[in-house]
Design a binder for this molecule. Structure first.
Ligand code: IPM
Ligand code: MN
Length: 356
């Protein structure tokens, strides 16, 4: 009996449905060749549903999501919904409630892709950011005092638990060992100012490091990390950091690897259900134009297959991505590819099918 994967699909907002459609084409093509089955269940969640019914994450959906092998997410964010409502009510709620405590964001420049970095190429841009995904400034801790008055106070707290920091750091060390590149793990923090939060991070980092004598450890402040990702990206192998710093530096990562058209990430719960997504967002102005680049979503499918242990299927998809950027497109930005969204998806399927 061949294996069957139950996958929840959340196309979401804006261009999410368009890129997810292409991601699924690649997923199905890889499954057919590698001989596993898929059971896909689509969930209508996002801004349109919220505007129509007021529902964001209806009761019961989270429990259903827990029963899948994996989740593929398109994008969350709607121009007619106040910022924060869908992001917190849906995207962050899923990350938190499903305890997807790692946000894994590879930064890889494939040959043929233009990077804005002068004199840097694929040999220089190949690292992974391990972003803590359930704590920090994202937890919603804090509040207002005297809101709307001249004496207003706004407090936003960064929550860092020993458990949360430690499991994230351990994941990063394990990943660094498996990657077997430079075997170097860099902690990105701000120990010179955030003397509580990053005191904890730093202590845990060096304590956990004792169990990984084969891994070189390094520390960089987040401002310096941002500079070096541009000046010397080749210095990095694996970077581990908190939620907000990880959010910010992975946008730098995305742009140096060719842009949001190709950047993918995974929200990982190593013991539960994980969720994979293109990191670019809903790009409302391109919605329905068949112009958005689906490679990031196809890359998200690759990360999903890799996570599910379908390494050969994941490899097929990665090779297809590499072939497309080497042979068929130079510029990966929406509208500049010289190809439509669906053409890109078809190209991927062709390459997936034509490999040995
Ligand atoms: C991301 C996004 C989200 C984040 C937003 C949409 C809440 O920017 O996945 O990087 O900040 O985590
Ligand atoms: Mn972000």
């Amino acid at each position: 009996m061949s294996k069957t994967y139950r996958i929840a699909v959340i196309p979401g907002d804006g261009t999410g449905p368009e890129v997810v459609a292409e991601g699924l084409k690649s997923l199905k093509a890889a499954a057919a060749i590698e001989g596993f089955n898929l059971e896909l269940s689509t969930y209508d969640l996002g801004g349109d549903r919220y505007l129509k019914t007021g529902e964001i994450l209806p009761p019961g959906v989270l429990d259903e999501l827990r029963g899948f092998h994996s989740i593929l997410l398109g994008a969350i964010g709607h121009p007619d919904v106040k910022p924060g409502i869908l992001e917190k009510g849906l995207l962050l709620e899923m990350r938190f409630q499903l305890d997807q405590y790692i946000n894994l964001r590879p930064v890889v420049l494939y040959p043929g892709v233009e990077t804005p970095l002068k004199d840097k190429g694929p040999a220089d841009i190949d690292f992974v950011v391990v972003r803590e995904n359930t704590e920090g400034l994202y937890t919603g801790g804090g509040g207002f005092l005297r809101k709307g008055t001249p004496h207003e106070v706004a407090i936003q707290e960064s929550i860092n638990t020993r458990m949360g920091v430690e499991r994230c750091i351990r994941f990063a060390f394990d990943l660094c060992r498996r990657r077997n590149k430079g075997k170097k793990l860099t902690l990105c923090g701000k120990t010179n100012v955030l003397t509580f939060a990053f005191d904890l991070w730093e202590r845990v980092f060096y304590e956990v490091a004792k169990a990984y004598p084969d891994i070189e450890t390094d520390y960089a402040h987040v401002d310096a990390t941002s500079m070096w990702m541009i000046k010397n990206p080749e210095w990095f192998d694996v970077i581990v950091t908190d939620n907000l710093f990880g959010d910010i530096i992975t946008d730098i990562g995305a742009i140096i690897q060719g842009g949001l058209g190709i950047a993918a990430g995974g929200n990982i719960n190593p013991a539960g259900v994980s969720m994979f997504e293109p990191i670019g967002g809903s790009a409302p102005k391109y919605t329905g134009q068949n112009m958005i680049n689906p490679l990031a979503c196809i890359g998200a499918v690759q990360l999903m297959l890799d996570h599910l242990g379908e390494v050969s299927a994941a490899g097929r998809i990665e090779n297809a991505l590499k072939k497309i950027v080497a042979n068929d497109v130079r510029n990966l930005a929406a509208g500049k590819m010289g190809r439509s969204t669906s053409d890109m998806g078809d190209l991927a399927v062709g390459y997936i099918q034509s490999q040995g």
